[in-house]
Design a protein. Structure first.
Length: 762
């Protein structure tokens, strides 16, 4: 640590570290939304005099600490400093340790104000504002300058040792990263090109779309340059995000190897979902129910310190440390996000509407670099993050168990729903706007349930609870409804309808995420065409794009097109026998392990049954619906060196991407579909919206998503520069130039590529 180095900490973070004590109390309460909280603060401020100042910036120092923050309000005429907290329901339900934290924050602000204004004393008011009743409850005290200075010093002294340790770690980390050399001597072909592009993006604070072939080491090819850029760009965190578990595990393995080979003082944390981390899933998150919540904040300091000694904080390590110290594993992991350098987790931690890491980066002014692996998945994942559904059957079930005051609001909602449904005469119909009466009734229902929940000590009945969460999500999205989304009503039968807000363009929601990050790199083997992702994800105009040259040669992969077979629905039955014969012929020419991909489980089963009857001597195994993790592992274990047989799988499923089977473990693949999404009313509406917004309805809805799955699946075959294999693309449409233009440039197609009429494409 350099002499004179300072550690900057917010008032909130300082007090959360030093003033929290007692139980973890996370029973569900209807806390105000961020918008409601801001509105509540505005109401309070509007009731004050003309001299009232909002969001007062304050800062001070103690030893190595630079403490700063913004006090909610100050009235110089009364020498009155206010801290405003919004809530719903009963004030008595706010835990005592939360109140202690609020007072600690206010008193630190009081000290900083006395320092700034030269005051001998100040009046302090802790104001609780009830969102429902719009009433204020005030707690006031007067503190002298000396009293507040003593409180400030006490808080800082509790944090100084930790801050000094953090400064030393940051200095050692940055020095080691500056001296870091690539751990494996030479880069793989293509890996250096990727790494240089990522480093340039970090240095210029630009976003990057990077398409790079499978097998070149994209994980380390993005992590290494981001780490190298961290000291010069003053990065606080690197977030490595992936869609699925295998991608996250690759990152953890690469980081563990990097630390092991170099001794790098790097803190690496894996975030896991609450349901996977929870040690007592049958208990409530409160001290009187869960033993790991009881006294959580009293035992947290020792657990936190133990985490710093762990070589890698993966899910298992966090759990073991948490149980050793009798604290909640999930919330210990959440706490360690503050003190980790690299965080590995799912997309939702940054891109979702309630993303934890995004909120923390805003609150603590973190400078973060985001690396998103398997980024071709991000369009679909982001769409689901900003979509919501309400089922009429769910409303009826909720009303059946609701207390009278809630049932009345739900009955009114039911009438508004029926009125909206009368305008929709078709089984599926898009509504141009959300009916105002429906939104009002839905908002009123949410508010009524929230008020009821705040008044009672028992949890909601499951049907009411489930509808409540769905309704809250729907209301939040209704507030931001626009051309980026569709509102539709589907009739399941005479009594049941489904209301859906379907996001089709995530760009308006993801834009702030890209703006918050120092740099964001999206990388995948299938990110073409780049404008598809740039348009739908809302990438900034100056986003860089790179298509990394493949290290593989066309001679390594024999790509053949079976243009005499149609896998479209109308010709599917006739395709079964030819596909079976083609697979057997290829297998007998070169026995080994193959993967065969189909558009659905039904299609897979048809071909599998025919193949088994015609060729009982060839070993086969298949993917099944809802496979457990153990079943998936067993499926992949069949692809052993020296093995022979064919695994049947669904395109776009667990085995179509993120699976590494190098060498003899996999020597070929059959892709019996273009992977096009199903033509149905929903996708047709999506096509119309894509056409209206981007002039490419069919491509954006069907062609590009389908071909991304095809290329991902075929990419399982060639994983190293010594691999050799065969890929069969089975369908007439693979002979179309516009389809072949979406295949990797290093592929050399051969085989049956007869003329196919253009009208056969769709």
């Amino acid at each position: 640590m350099s002499e004179g180095a300072r550690y900057t900490v917010s008032v909130r973070a300082l007090c959360e570290f030093t003033a929290k004590e007692g139980d973890l109390d996370l029973r569900f309460t209807p806390t105000p939304t961020a918008q409601e909280g801001m509105a509540g603060h505005a109401v309070v401020a509007s009731r004050r005099g003309e001299s009232y100042q909002r969001e007062v910036a304050l800062a001070g120092e103690h030893g190595p600490l630079q403490v700063r923050g913004r006090a909610d309000g100050y009235d110089p005429a009364r020498t009155l400093l206010e801290e405003v907290k919004t809530y719903r329901g009963q004030l008595a339900s706010i835990p005592d340790n939360h109140r202690l934290l609020h007072w600690a924050q206010l008193r630190v602000y009081g000290h900083l104000l006395c320092q700034k204004e030269g005051l001998d004393s100040v009046n302090l008011a802790l104001v609780y504002f009830d969102i429902g009743s719009q009433e204020e409850t005030r707690f006031e005290e007067n503190r002298s300058r000396d009293e507040l200075a003593a409180i400030f010093v006490q808080q800082c002294q509790r944090f100084t040792a930790w801050a000094t340790q953090e400064l030393a770690h940051r200095g050692a980390r940055d020095a080691a990263l500056q001296a870091l050399r690539f751990p494996y001597g030479d880069f793989r072909p293509g890996q250096r090109q990727l790494a240089e592009a990522v480093f340039r993006a970090q240095a210029s604070r630009r976003n990057l779309l990077a398409q790079a072939p499978t097998g070149i080491g994209k994980t380390l090819g993005t992590l290494f340059p981001a780490l190298k850029a961290a000291p010069s760009q003053q990065l606080d965190k690197i977030l490595f995000l992936a869609a699925k578990t295998p991608g996250r595990q690759l990152a953890l393995d690469a980081l563990a190897s990097l630390k092991g080979n170099t001794g790098l003082p790097l803190r690496v944390l894996e975030l896991s979902a609450r349901d996977k981390a929870c040690a007592y899933p049958d208990r409530l998150c409160r001290g009187d129910s869960c033993p790991l919540a009881q006294g959580f904040y009293d035992r947290l300091p020792a657990a936190r310190a133990a985490c710093l000694d762990a070589p890698l904080l993966d899910r298992q390590s966090v759990r073991e440390i948490a149980l050793q110290h009798q604290v909640c594993p999930y919330y210990l992991g959440s706490e360690m996000t503050r003190w980790s350098d690299v965080i590995v987790g799912d997309y939702n931690y940054w891109f979702d509407g309630g993303a934890m890491l995004y909120a923390m980066a805003q609150a603590h002014d973190w400078r973060v670099s985001v690396l998103a692996d398997e980024a071709h998945n991000l369009v679909a994942r982001a769409r689901s993050m900003y979509s919501a559904q309400l089922h009429r059957a769910g409303l009826r079930a909720a009303r059946a168990v609701a207390p009278p005051v809630v049932a009345k609001a739900l009955e009114k909602l039911g009438r508004a729903w029926s009125a909206a449904g009368k305008k929709a005469l078709l089984p599926y119909q898009v509504l141009e706007t959300i009916p105002p009466k429906l939104v009002d009734a839905l908002s009123a229902s949410v508010s009524t349930i929230s008020e009821h929940l705040a008044q009672v000590a028992v949890p909601l009945e499951p049907p009411l609870r489930d509808f409540y969460f769905e309704a809250m999500a729907f209301v939040r999205l209704a507030e931001s409804f626009g051309p980026h989304s569709l509102l539709d009503l589907t009739r399941e039968d005479e009594r049941n309808t489904v209301l859906s807000i379907r996001n089709v363009v995530p760009a308006p929601f993801l834009g702030p995420r890209f703006a918050q990050a120092h740099a964001t790199t999206l990388f995948s083997a299938t990110l073409a065409p780049w404008h598809y992702f740039a348009d739908l994800l809302g990438m900034p105009q100056d986003t860089a794009w790179i298509d990394v040259e493949s290290p593989f040669q066309a001679s390594q992969l024999e790509v053949r097109v079976a243009a005499d077979i149609s896998t479209r629905w109308q010709g599917r039955a006739a395709s079964v026998a030819p596909i079976s014969a083609l697979m057997a012929r290829q297998y007998r020419e070169r026995p080994g392990n193959y993967l065969a991909f189909f558009s659905s489980f039904d299609y897979l089963q048809q071909v599998r049954d025919a193949f088994e009857r015609a060729h009982p001597d060839i070993a086969i195994w298949q993917q099944s619906r809802r496979m457990s993790e153990a079943d998936r592992d067993a499926f992949l274990a069949r692809f052993a060196v020296g093995g022979q047989g064919i695994g049947f799988a669904v395109l776009g499923g667990s085995f179509g991407e993120g699976v590494d089977l190098p060498g003899e473990r996999l020597i070929g693949a059959f892709v019996a579909t273009l992977g096009l999404p199903q033509v149905n009313p929903v996708n047709e509406q999506l096509r119309l919206r894509m056409e209206a917004l981007f002039g490419a309805g069919y491509d954006y809805t069907y062609l590009y998503p389908g071909m991304q799955k095809v290329v991902q699946a075929a990419g399982r075959v060639i994983r190293t520069e010594s691999d050799r294999g065969t890929v069969w693309l089975i369908d007439q449409r693979f002979a179309q130039p516009r389809v072949q233009a979406l295949l990797p440039g290093w592929w050399a197609l051969q085989g049956q590529q007869g003329d196919v009429r253009s009208d056969q494409f769709a």
